[in-house]
Design a binder for this molecule. Structure first.
Ligand code: HEM
Length: 306
């Protein structure tokens, strides 16, 4: 079930453009003056809200027979505390929270798999086993049990989340004085925990910039060393959906596609809106490319990694 089925490609583009603008305004100088990012972001939010209102009006004109998306679900229970204003607010919040997070991991998974053929091979073994002999002749519908049996895929998803960190920061307020390694965060202070340093800490993850799904064999994740979806009562409400989407994407990718990297170096945006192409010095460090296949005597030895 999607957030809200938008059939019209122009509306989808319009929503995407304005969401991008809205997000840019979240980390900028909050000056609502002409030409400032913040002002454009506020204007973009108004446009997104207007589009949601238009979608709602369109949906209400149709007979309410099917539940196609989250917006349908919210409209079906409208009334009481769930006012139209609240529905739009929830849609805005969920759209923002789901925006680019899953997509960013999906984008980098082909890179990780292309660089690590032994991971690709192990994934293909798992997914062709799930498809079984019917794979060549029948269209297979994946079941919940099939999803639950994707044990290696689960580790690939964790490893991708560890390295991509699409939701890297969260915001909290100290409810009391908190002592962190001798530094006191006074009650009432706002804090912004950032996860990627923990996710690439060599004392926790050996060879942290390498893509090694086997490191998750028997690894305890019931702690704050791995928090791609945040933590506590405000942790990501869509985390199970995101993991499902990522696993299904991997399933179709490894059973239907083959690919190779077309350029030696990728392009990455760094801080300012400037792109550096083919310039190693400015590139963001990614896990090393191509472990050669003949070097991959991995699974058993890697299972001992932290
Ligand atoms: C790989 C994909 C995703 C990642 C890494 C991710 C990560 C996060 C993080 C770090 C937070 C903040 C948690 C905190 O404050 O402790 C969050 C919040 C949230 N996410 Fe996600 N998210 C993903 C996908 C999604 C999807 C697909 C949805 C919904 C369809 C979603 C809905 C939400 C919502 C509603 C919140 C706010 C929860 C609250 O404040 O109570 N997320 N997410």
């Amino acid at each position: 079930m999607g957030l809200s089925n938008i059939d019209d490609a122009h509306e989808a583009d319009y929503l995407f453009e304005n969401l991008q603008m809205l997000v840019e305004g979240l980390l900028c100088v909050p000056l609502n003056l002409p030409g400032m990012t913040y002002r454009r972001s506020v204007q973009a939010k108004t446009k997104v809200v207007q589009l949601l209102q238009k979608l709602i009006a369109k949906k209400l004109r149709r007979p309410a027979t099917e539940m196609n998306d989250i917006l349908d679900g919210l409209l079906a229970v409208e009334g009481g505390t769930l006012t139209r204003e609240v529905i739009i607010d929830v849609m805005l919040g969920v759209t923002f929270a789901a925006y680019e997070t899953t997509a960013r991991v999906l984008t980098l998974i082909p890179k990780f798999l292309g660089d690590n053929p032994h991971v690709m091979k192990t994934l293909q073994d798992e997914h062709f086993r799930i498809l079984g002999e019917r794979a060549c002749t029948e269209k297979i519908t994946l079941t919940w049990d099939a999803y639950k049996s994707m044990t290696f895929t689960e580790k690939v998803v964790k490893e991708a989340l560890r390295l991509v960190n699409p939701g890297d920061i969260v915001f909290r307020e100290a409810m009391e004085d908190v002592n962190v390694d001798g530094y006191v965060i006074p009650k009432g202070w706002k804090v912004m925990p950032c996860f990627s340093p923990a996710h690439t800490d060599p004392t926790i993850y050996k060879d942290p910039l390498s893509f090694i799904p086997w490191r998750w064999n028997n690894k305890d994740t019931n702690n704050f060393e791995f928090t791609p979806f945040g933590g506590g009562i405000r942790q990501c409400a869509g985390k199970e959906l995101a993991k499902l989407e990522l696993s299904l994407f991997i399933h179709h990718l490894v059973t239907r596609c083959s690919w190779e990297q077309s350029e030696e170096d990728a392009m990455f945006k760094k801080g300012l809106p400037i792109y550096f192409k083919n310039t190693r010095r400015f590139q963001r460090e990614l896990p090393p490319t191509s472990h050669r296949l003949e070097d991959q005597k991995v699974p058993s030895s890697l299972s001992t990694l932290a």
